[in-house]
Write a protein that binds this ligand. Structure first.
Ligand SMILES: [Zn+2]
Length: 120
């Protein structure tokens, strides 16, 4: 009996670990951030590659940072700095908008859509 319990618990742990790994793989492969300026596609980054990127446009400046699968705006030349104050984003279709500079960061192919697809 005791030995069987061990196998059962071990099996469950293994199952969870594999499921977690698969989710991690899905997320890191699927998640990207799309940068648009004036509504036009500018650049796409993978969220699994840590980087910082400077967007220069019409004398405006925004700096985004990708770290640990999240993207955030770390610097901006806009007066309101709402984009810098915005929490870092990570889920599908989340976005950070810098209205004064007309720059939008949007997460595409992120976690949420995959979970939804499974649920449907
Ligand atoms: Zn801004």
């Amino acid at each position: 009996m005791k030995k069987n319990d061990f196998y059962l618990i071990g099996g469950i742990i293994l199952f969870i670990a594999i499921g977690f790994l698969l989710m991690l793989l899905f997320r890191t492969e699927g998640s990207k951030v799309l940068i648009t300026i004036d509504g036009k596609e500018h650049k796409i980054f993978n969220l699994n590659e840590d980087t910082t990127y400077e967007i220069l446009h019409d004398g405006n400046r925004n700096v985004l940072e990708i770290k640990d699968g999240y993207v955030s705006m770390i610097e901006a030349s806009c007066p309101d700095k709402l984009c810098v104050k915005h929490r870092r984003i990570h889920y599908d279709n989340e976005s950070i908008t810098c209205l004064p500079n007309r720059v939008v960061l949007r997460v595409i192919g992120g976690e949420d859509s995959e979970l939804d697809a499974i649920a449907q």
